[in-house]
Design a protein around this ligand. Structure first.
Ligand code: MEV
Length: 301
């Protein structure tokens, strides 16, 4: 039996800046305590063997192909994945890609820095999703809560402490690529207006960075609400999302917004300790599924 290695990468929650980040603007993202583990070993057969969830399959194969090409690897491999993330928009494709590249690097004893790991993982993702910012890969690699620059792909680490967030799933997981393309189309039709929305989002992100530094959750909540209004103008909100956000606000959240591509997917609400229970209850009553997560956890290991 050959040596088996494994790598474990966290999923993510977008805090602020979705969609605008695809056009080079900054975003804030946090790593969550839901992980994907990738196990790898050199195959004893003349083929690669995958025991991988169907929705992770393309990303694992893409990671392998990018890695094999870069390091001229001739061996076949056996790859297995185990996921705690499921199909919610919590970054399973990014986490599985990062964990696969990291596991392959361990297996072939290649030392990869965080930037190398990002570059290889980003290449693997771009082979599948032509337009992606890579923010989710950065969250999975660096961990904590980070400011990710959509243009330079540089990361500024904000904090490893948890933010007082609630994440809730709307029950629908639309395809991220479809949502990204929807915004591409809107931008083609109304370039000036959409570019202006992106700049406003970027401005909110920079204010949110300061709010996080100062742990000013009330102000951060107001910024969430402003960001949500702009996401509505980008037409990525839905009736269900609007209902969930309204329910969270009526129950006393500081602010609430889409987290991720929209079209369903997840929302996040910022809450005080006193209001947490009532906001969770309100979200459940309108059909949201409150996620059992801790944010700001460490990156891939
Ligand atoms: C999706 O979770 C976030 C988007 O900004 C896409 C991306 O950044 O790759 C919509």
């Amino acid at each position: 039996m050959t040596r088996e290695v494994n790598a474990k990468a966290p999923g993510k929650l977008m805090i602020m800046g979705e969609h605008a980040v695809v056009y080079g603007h900054p975003c804030l993202v946090t790593a969550i305590d839901k992980y994907i583990t990738v196990k790898a070993r050199i195959s004893e057969e003349a083929i690669d063997n995958f025991s991988v969830k169907s929705f992770d399959d393309r990303f694992v194969k893409s990671a392998l192909s990018v890695f094999r090409y870069k390091y001229s690897i001739k061996n076949n491999v056996d790859i297995t994945t185990e996921s705690e993330i499921g199909r919610y928009g919590l970054g399973s494709s990014a986490a599985v890609t990062v964990a696969a590249v990291k596991a392959l690097a361990e297996l072939f004893e290649i030392k990869l820095g965080k930037q190398d790991l990002f570059n290889l993982s980003y290449k693997a993702v771009l082979k599948i999703q032509k337009k992606a910012s890579g923010f989710d890969l950065a969250a999975s690699i660096y961990g904590g809560t980070i400011l990710f620059d959509g243009k330079t792909k540089q990361v500024e680490k904000k904090t490893e402490e948890s933010l007082p967030l609630i994440g809730a799933f709307s029950g629908v997981k639309p395809d991220t690529v479809t949502m990204v393309n929807q915004v591409v189309k809107l931008r083609m039709e109304n370039k000036n207006q959409v570019e202006h929305i992106f700049r406003c989002i970027a401005d909110l992100v920079m204010k949110a960075k300061e709010a996080i530094n100062r742990q000013n959750w009330k102000y951060l909540g107001e910024l969430f609400n402003e960001n949500q209004k702009l996401l509505v103008r980008l037409r990525v909100s839905t009736t269900k999302i609007d209902m969930m956000i309204e329910a969270a606000m009526d129950a006393g959240a500081y602010g609430a917004k889409i987290s991720g591509a929209g079209g369903g997917d997840c929302i996040i609400a910022l809450v005080s300790d006193e209001k947490r229970q009532s906001v969770e209850k309100a979200l459940t009553e309108v059909g949201g599924k409150v996620l059992d997560i801790t944010v700001g956890v460490s990156g891939v290991k």
